[in-house]
Design a protein around this ligand. Sequence first.
Ligand code: CP
Length: 317
Amino acid sequence: MNQVQFKQKHLLGLAELSKEEIELILSTAVPMKQIFTRSVKKVPVLRGKTVVNLFYEPSTRTRTSFEIAAKRLSADVINVTPSTSSISKGESLVDTAKTLEAMNSDIIVVRHKASGAPHFLARRASSPIINGGDGFHEHPSQALLDLFTIKEKKGDIKDLKIAIVGDILHSRVSRSDIIGIHKLGGEVRVVGPPTLIPKDIEKLGCSVYHRLEDALEGIDVIYCLRIQTERQTHKLFPSVTEYTRLYAINEARLKLAKKDAIVMHPGPMNRGIELSADVAYSDRSTITEQVTNGIAIRMAIFFLLLGGGRSVQEITD
Ligand code: CP
């Protein structure tokens, strides 16, 4: 029986969570994943609860995964999209959330292009808020599913060496992963062209490399990031071809890491740019397992925020 209590009202970022709270979410996701193997992949733990997905930015994995996770716990799910809601008439984030709460929603998952938008909402809304990705800041559920996948593959994160490769500057995923990996005792190297590495990233405790070949030596996990051209206001490297030549993970570069190193990517990937197709679809890649594990992690998050303090054994036995 896990003795740690989850006292958080919201899930805003890995920065707000203790090592013990991160471990509690990861351990709660284990029995949640076992539910996937049942003939009826559903438990009645959140029956009568309503989850709202409020996504101001596009998403395939995160939005769908939160929806499936909520449905596997028997909650009802409402998806609100800006183009087909009164957001397109200028309704504010707070007024939209208050309108949804007036319809008795129980929890809001919000993705927003502005860093800090979920934190702003959490101070004003009465229901729990889950950060589904905010600007360049954090993407906590992605980092938690990444940590879960690394633990499944490697047993423990303590003392692992993890290289995060590519567009660190625009990546909320990398920021959450760096924070989470450090809290669990792993080492992070970030690698990419100087223009894609934020100033002061070392303050998060990672080391910075610009030459991929140096960064990959002795590495247990290679984490590739997408080049986020939609967030670049001006050109940050000469050409995609040059970026690929210097930073793409391919079979030859994979050989520079440990022989059992795994390759991760949060998706969506620019296949052939940051990652070659042969590596992306090889048995060293965990990309599809990350997606599957995302459902278990998001079930654990909903359960810990809305489950009324029940033990996970009570609902999964
Ligand atoms: N990894 C991730 O956040 O993917 P989506 O943008 O498809 O949700």
